[in-house]
Structure formats: structure tokens, C-alpha cells
Write a protein of this length. Structure first.
Length: 320
């Protein structure tokens, strides 16, 4: 990368200003907290830069049964009572933090912009629930919603999966599992997904410090989530390790340029394209990981929401 000596020169002025403000606030870094403390800190900061929550015709709490006789919470959003297509959404947070509540504004906005239903899934978090529990919860939720969506008044013939960061990983994995199960999906919507087994791409080095998602955070999250080094190489942790991705759903992938995960996102887009999967790849210049939840301050967040919604509308067959 040409800016490797000074990667901060890549940042937009607004993003640079935001990172300076975050540095001045001098919060205890998440990797120095317990998982419970980290969740509380993430929840407390989640709405600070996010756009106000959009009012919708339907917002309903669901309980989704999963394979070990448990049920997990989820929230249904819809702009009308019509039989709308459905996006099943998985929040980010390194499999350790984050919730339906922290991603409420984002899911509301996607539902409004794409004129589709969104179900945001509260999959169980690490370290209480280690890999592959989050994968099982995500896939069980997709299957249950595909089967039961009609009873909820949804059109599950038009079904998509999506997520950001760790949630993007889960969505990518669910797209492969759906292919294997013969469950047709209209789209996989991936905001800066984690795709690689190891933090060894050039972007991990370039953006390891000072760009929101720092190297110690990634190591902290993964140490909470996985039991052994072997888990890292499991394709359900690292979709780049999937034996093949032929025939998976078309993908919309939105990446942040100044993000440790950007290289592996591009690599996954390439893997899909090589398998003949249609891919729409957007790289938002000068912004960092988590930018899609900074819509009050970072214009690229709203652009990414609009681009993702356009991709959903196209995939669901109601064009602008």
C-alpha cells in the first residue's frame, strides 16, 4: 500500500476528527475488560454516532427455537404489514459483544430503505457460548424463519442473509449452509466480514493500531470465541477456508478502506467471483471498521446503507 508509512493520511477529514475525539476520550480499551464489561461498554457507546431510530409499522419481539432445546431472542422490523421479503441480520461484535439493541437503528434503516422485513438475531455470545454455537444459532434461525416466515406474514420465497463484521462471517457461513441444504437465498449482504483464519494479511499490519478495530481487540475476541488453534481453520470460522463456494447466493460486500479486515473481504469477493458467484463489491474510502454505525458523523455510513438497500431491492426484484 502506498500510504503504508502513514496510513492515517488515507482517512477522510471527518473520520480523522472522529478518531481524534475517540483517542481524547481515553476509554479503557475493550481488550482490558471482562466480556460482561466489554458488552456494557459497547452498548453504552453504540448509539453515540448512530442515526436516530426510524419509526416503522412493525417492530415485534420473537423467540426462535434452536437445536439444544433453547430459544434465542430476535426482533422483526417491517415498514408495512404487507407480505414483504426478509433479510435475516446478524450483528457484529467479535462474537463477544453487540446485540439486537446495539444494531437497532441500522436494522430499522435497512428495513425502511429496502422496503423489506428484517429479523435481527440475538445469537449467543462468547465466552459463555464458544464456537460453533453462534454458527448453529445463526443457521437454526435462518431455517426456522424460512419455514415459519409465512405465519409471520412474510414472503420467505425472497430471503436474504446479512451482517456486519462477525455477523458478516455468520451470514457468509449461512449462505454456504443454505446452498448445501438446497435453501435458495436472494442475497448475502456482508459489511466488512471476517473471512480469514489468521490475522496475517497486509491490512492487518497497516491498520493494527489507531483505526477503531485494533489488533489486541481481534485477538481478545477470538480468544473468547474459539477453544483451540484448530478452530481457526474451520471454514465456519473462516469462510475463506470453505472447500468451495460454487452456487452460493449472490453477494453484496461493503468494506472499509482503513480496516484490518479489508484485505480478507477482497479475498472473499475474489473467491466468490472465481466460483462464478455474482459479487457487487464496494470499498468505502477513508473510513474504518464500524463506520456503518456512525451515520451522524460519517457520510459514507449513509451511502453504505443506501447501497446495501439498493442491492436488497434488486435481489428481491423490486427495482427503484
Amino acid at each position: 500500500m502506498s500510504h503504508q508509512r502513514n496510513p492515517r493520511a488515507l482517512l477522510t477529514p471527518a473520520m480523522h476528527h472522529m478518531l481524534e475525539r475517540m483517542a481524547r476520550a481515553a476509554h479503557v480499551p475493550m481488550h482490558a475488560l471482562s466480556a460482561q464489561q466489554a458488552r456494557a461498554a459497547y452498548a453504552a457507546g453504540a448509539g453515540v454516532l448512530d442515526i436516530p431510530p426510524h419509526k416503522l409499522a412493525r417492530v415485534e419481539e420473537l423467540a426462535i427455537p434452536v437445536r439444544d432445546d433453547q430459544s434465542i431472542p430476535a426482533r422483526l422490523y417491517a415498514p408495512s404489514r404487507d407480505a414483504l421479503p426478509l433479510l435475516v441480520y446478524f450483528h457484529g461484535g467479535g462474537f463477544t459483544v453487540g446485540s439486537v439493541a446495539t444494531h437497532d437503528s441500522l436494522c430499522r434503516h435497512l428495513s425502511h430503505l429496502a422496503q423489506c422485513a428484517v429479523v435481527s438475531v440475538d445469537y449467543r455470545l462468547a465466552p459463555e457460548h464458544k464456537f460453533p454455537t453462534a454458527v448453529h444459532d445463526a443457521w437454526d434461525a435462518v431455517q426456522w424463519l424460512a419455514a415459519q416466515g409465512g405465519a409471520l406474514g412474510l414472503d420467505t420465497r425472497r430471503l436474504a442473509v446479512g451482517g456486519d463484521s462477525a455477523g458478516g462471517t455468520l451470514a457468509a457461513v449461512c449462505a454456504i449452509l443454505a446452498r448445501d441444504a438446497g435453501l435458495p437465498l436472494s442475497l448475502q449482504l456482508l459489511f466488512y466480514p471476517g473471512c480469514a483464519a489468521h490475522q496475517d494479511t497486509p491490512s492487518h499490519k497497516t491498520f493494527e493500531t489507531g483505526f477503531v478495530l485494533e489488533e489486541p481487540h481481534i485477538t481478545y475476541f477470538f480468544n473468547q470465541y474459539i477453544d483451540s488453534a484448530a478452530d481457526r481453520d474451520d471454514w465456519r470460522f473462516s469462510p475463506l477456508n470453505a472447500p468451495d463456494v460454487d452456487g452460493v447466493a449472490p453477494a453484496w460486500i461493503g468494506l472499509a478502506e482503513c480496516d484490518p479486515l479489508v484485505d480478507e473481504g477482497v479475498m472473499y469477493a475474489d473467491k466468490l467471483r472465481l466460483a462464478g458467484v455474482p459479487v457487487d463489491l464496494e470499498i468505502y474510502r477513508g473510513v474504518v471498521h464500524e463506520f456503518i454505525k456512525m451515520g451522524r458523523a460519517i457520510p459514507q455510513a449513509l451511502q453504505a446503507h443506501a447501497d446495501a438497500a439498493r442491492a436488497l431491492k434488486h435481489a428481491f426484484g423490486h427495482m427503484d
